[in-house]
Design a protein around this ligand. Sequence first.
Ligand code: GZL
Length: 326
Amino acid sequence: MRFLFCLLLPLALLGCGESTEKKSAGDTNGDSNKALVIGFSQVGSESSWRTSFSESVKAEAARRGIDLKFSDAQQKQENQIKAIRNFVAQGVDAIIVAPVVETGWKPVLTEAKRAGIPVVIVDRNMALDDDSLFLTRIASDFVEEGRKAANWLMEATNGTCNIVELQGTVGATAAIDRMKGFKEVIAEHENARIIRTQTAEFTRSKGKEVMEAFIKAEQGGKNICAVWAHNDEMAIGAALAIKEAGLDPGDDILIVSVDAVTDIFKAMADGDTNATVELSPHMGGPAFDAIEAHLQGKTDIPKLITINGDVFTQATAAEEYAKRKK
Ligand code: GZL
């Protein structure tokens, strides 16, 4: 109808010339100066890494003049799905999702696709059987993070260690893949084994609680050589539990984790934990680059853009902490 209407009117009515193609960067309503409007569905604020990640994305959006609609799902997938539906209803130019778990995303991503709104996945992954449902994913290689943590521990213990594992959120790619990479490496050492494993949901308080139970179950901690924590928050919680049990964290029981947040550098400088694998929170830039390229018509955007991190130990912890602390 709209097309017919346009044919009957003098060509002077430019509105009819508006393309039904996807909006180009800043081109909403044909105004090339209008700011991009991007919806960001974030997992929550369960860890200091997560809050650094949110702050980094917001700062990068502000630097680029992007109107970022931010939604904190408090670690609930249903809140993320609601937020994505709201972004679609608002007709945003693009949507960024940091998924809390891998499954359950196809219906809402299909709605975004039908609306012509590109979706960028950041950090954890989604289990999708159709890669046309997302533009790209920006993430670390979580399996490699697990390998790096295990390689450091095997080096530090000459491959002989009874390990307790504090898992992240059940069903989260970061937990699934870090566990996979860590196990791959310790399987090469016949005297290294995981003697207890349980989720502590990536939080400091649960990390302390689960570690208290592990200590009680393992001769007051005497049978535990090391803690492998899927993130620094749980590692710091575990160190507190070890201290309260009268043992010396970082010495009687080694602690290795992932994220390289500011607090872990303080803990390593104090000798309470031993090593962390860096996970950069700066994923906003690559996500916005991919969205802007797509809206300008580029079609060669890879489906995975990987970020990498180093292993940090007590050796440089004090100077790294000095650089990071506010
Ligand atoms: C990993 C990320 C994890 C962090 C945790 O990329 O999903 O979630 O390692 C956070 O700190 O809770």
